[in-house]
Design a protein around this ligand. Structure first.
Ligand code: HEM
Length: 480
C-alpha cells in the first residue's frame, strides 16, 4: 500500500480571527480550516452577520442533504450570485418548483441508462487525444491540467451538441467559460459575511462581456441545431428538445435550453478535468499504485483500447479515481442556505444561515478514515471497510441534489485514465510545486507541467469479455 502523503495547505493549530479567515479565504478557501476541523462533527461559527454550520459527520450529512433537504436545498447566496448571471434559472442554481421540474426533465437525459449512448463519443474523443500524445516526441512537456480540460471539454461539447457541432465549437465554448470563471473569482466573497441578498452585486463589465459571449455562442449553436436538425446524431440538446414537462406537456423554451446546456457544460467539464489531472499527479508520485494500475490495464485489456464494457472489469482503475476524488474533491465545499428557522442536533439554525457539507473535511476526517491524508486506492476495493457510510464520501454530493452526471463523470474518468495510462506514464516536471487551490473548483494550481513518456503494454491475454450487464455500470455509491 502506498505511504505517499500528497500535499495539502498548512492547517492552523489555533482558531483564526475573522480578519485572518477573510485574508486566507481570498487566497485559498482551503486555508481557513485548522487542524481541529478534521476532528469535530459539527462546527458553528459566526462571520459578521452570518452563522455558518458545517455538518461533518455522516448522520449530519444525511440530515441536512437527504432527510431535511427541503429545508436546506437552496444554494448559498455566494454560489447563486456567482453563477446566476450565466446560468439563469438552470438546474445547478435554481431551487423550489423550478428545480424540481428541471431535474425531472434534465436528469434522465444524462442518467446512468443513457451512458451507453454517450460512451462511444467518449471513447473516440479519448483515442484522438491519445493519438495526439503519440505524435509528441518522447518526454515532451505538456500542461496536464489544460490537456485534461481540453479532453473533457471536447467530450462534453460533442455530447451536448452532437459530434459535428460539438467538435467545431469546443474551443469557443471553453474559452468563454474560462474567461467567465476568471472574472467571477472573488466578486462575491462578501456574501459569506452576510451581505443581504437583495443588495445588487457589482460584477464588472468584463464578467458581463464574457457572459454575453457564452450566451451568443450557445444561442448560435442551438439555432444552428434547429436549422440543420439532429441528422441522426445522439446529443443532449436533441434529447432536451424532445423532452416535455411531466405536468404541462410543454417543451423547454430556447432560453431554458441554453441555460441547461450551460449548466451541463459547466458542471461536467472542469470537475472531470480536475479529477484526471489530480490522478496523473498522484500516480506520478506513487510508483507502487502506478504499477498496480498498469498491471490491471495490461491483464484485463491485453493491449486493446477499453470500451464501456470494460469499465466494470477495471476495479483498481475505479479505485484510483475514487481515492483521487476523496483526497481532492473537485467541489470541496457544498454550501446551502437555511430557508426557515431550523435545528441541527438540537442547535437552533436561524433562517438565512449557511449550512455546509465540506467534502474536503469529511473525506479526511480522522474518525472516518485510516491514515486520512495518505493516497491509498485499496480503501475503495471491494471488501474494504471504507467508506464507513455512503454519507461519509460525497464527491458528487448526496440526496435529491446529487450530481445528475455522476455515472457520466465516473465512466468518463475511468475510460480516460485507462486509455491514456495504457500507453503513457506522466512524470512531474522536477521542481514544480503542486498545491491544492480552491477557486470555484479544487485544482492543482494554475498549471501542471508533466513529461509524457510512452509505455508498451505487457502482452498479457485479455480476460473473459464482460456480459451485457456490464454495459451500464452500477452507481458506485449505492444510488439508483
Ligand atoms: C468527476 C466528475 C464530477 C464531479 C466530482 C461532480 C460533482 C458534482 C457536485 C458535488 C454537485 C453538487 C454541487 C452543489 O451542490 O453545489 C454536482 C451537480 C451537478 N452535476 Fe456534477 N460532477 C461531476 C461530473 C458531472 C458531469 C460529467 C455532468 C454532466 C454530464 C454533471 C452534471 C451535474 C449537474 C447537472 C448538477 C446539478 C444537479 C442539481 O442541482 O440537481 N456533473 N456535481
Amino acid at each position: 500500500m502506498s505511504a505517499f502523503v500528497p500535499p495539502f495547505p498548512p492547517r492552523a493549530a489555533k482558531p483564526l480571527s475573522t480578519f485572518q479567515v477573510i485574508r486566507r479565504a481570498r487566497r485559498n478557501l482551503l486555508e481557513i480550516f485548522g487542524e481541529r476541523a478534521f476532528e469535530i462533527q459539527l462546527s458553528v461559527t459566526r462571520v459578521l452577520a452570518r452563522r455558518i454550520f458545517i455538518c461533518n459527520a455522516p448522520d449530519l450529512v444525511q440530515y441536512a442533504f437527504s432527510s431535511r433537504n427541503a429545508a436546506f436545498e437552496r444554494k448559498s447566496p455566494q454560489m447563486r450570485h456567482a453563477l446566476e448571471p450565466l446560468l439563469g434559472d438552470g438546474l445547478f442554481v435554481s431551487d423550489g418548483e423550478t428545480w424540481r421540474r428541471r431535474r425531472k426533465l434534465v436528469g434522465p437525459v444524462i442518467h446512468t441508462n443513457k451512458i451507453g449512448l454517450f460512451a462511444p463519443i467518449m471513447v473516440d474523443t479519448i483515442l484522438e487525444a491519445r493519438e495526439r500524445w503519440a505524435a509528441l516526441p518522447e518526454g515532451a512537456e505538456v500542461d496536464a491540467l489544460s490537456q485534461m480540460a481540453e479532453l473533457t471539454a471536447e467530450i462534453i461539447c460533442r455530447t451536448i451538441f452532437g459530434r459535428q457541432l460539438g467538435a467545431s465549437h469546443a474551443r469557443e465554448v471553453v474559452e468563454g467559460f474560462s474567461d467567465y470563471q476568471r472574472h467571477v473569482g472573488q466578486t462575491d466573497a462578501l456574501s459569506l459575511l452576510g451581505l443581504p441578498d437583495w443588495l445588487p452585486r457589482w460584477h464588472g463589465p468584463a464578467l458581463h462581456r464574457s457572459k454575453a459571449r457564452i450566451h451568443a455562442v450557445l444561442d448560435g449553436i442551438i439555432a444552428d441545431y434547429r436549422r440543420r436538425g439532429a441528422s441522426g446524431e445522439t446529443s443532449v440538446i436533441g434529447h432536451l428538445l424532445d423532452a416535455r414537462d411531466a405536468e404541462t406537456g410543454a417543451p423547454l423554451a430556447d432560453e431554458a435550453l441554453r441555460n441547461e446546456a450551460a449548466v451541463i457544460f459547466m458542471a461536467g467539464h472542469e470537475t472531470t478535468a480536475n479529477t484526471l489531472a489530480w490522478a496523473w499527479f498522484l500516480l506520478s508520485q506513487a510508483p507502487d499504485v502506478e504499477a498496480k494500475l498498469h498491471e490491471e490495464l495490461d491483464s484485463v485489456l491485453g493491449g486493446e483500447a477499453p470500451s464501456l464494457r470494460d469499465v466494470a472489469r477495471l476495479p483498481y482503475t475505479r479505485a484510483v479515481i475514487e481515492e483521487t476524488l476523496r483526497l481532492y474533491p473537485p467541489v470541496p465545499i457544498l454550501a446551502r442556505e437555511a430557508l426557515e428557522d431550523e435545528t441541527i442536533r438540537g442547535r437552533p439554525v436561524p433562517k438565512g444561515s449557511l449550512v455546509m457539507v465540506v467534502p474536503w473535511l469529511l473525506h479526511r476526517h480522522k474518525q472516518l478514515w485510516a491514515e486520512p491524508d495518505n493516497f491509498t486506492p485499496e480503501r475503495f476495493l471491494p471488501g474494504s471497510p471504507e467508506p464507513v457510510s455512503k454519507f461519509a464520501y460525497v464527491p458528487f454530493s448526496i440526496g435529491p441534489r446529487i450530481c445528475a452526471g455522476l455515472s457520466f463523470g465516473m465512466t468518463e474518468s475511468i475510460l480516460s485514465l485507462a486509455t491514456l495510462a495504457q500507453r503513457f506514464t506522466l512524470r512531474l516536471k522536477p521542481g514544480h510545486d503542486v498545491q491544492p487551490v480552491c477557486r470555484l473548483t479544487l485544482r492543482p494550481g494554475e498549471t501542471l507541467p508533466m513529461f509524457v513518456m510512452p509505455r508498451r503494454p505487457a502482452a498479457t491475454p485479455a480476460g473473459p469479455a464482460a456480459g451485457p450487464e456490464a454495459a451500464a455500470p452500477a452507481c458506485p455509491f449505492g444510488h439508483a
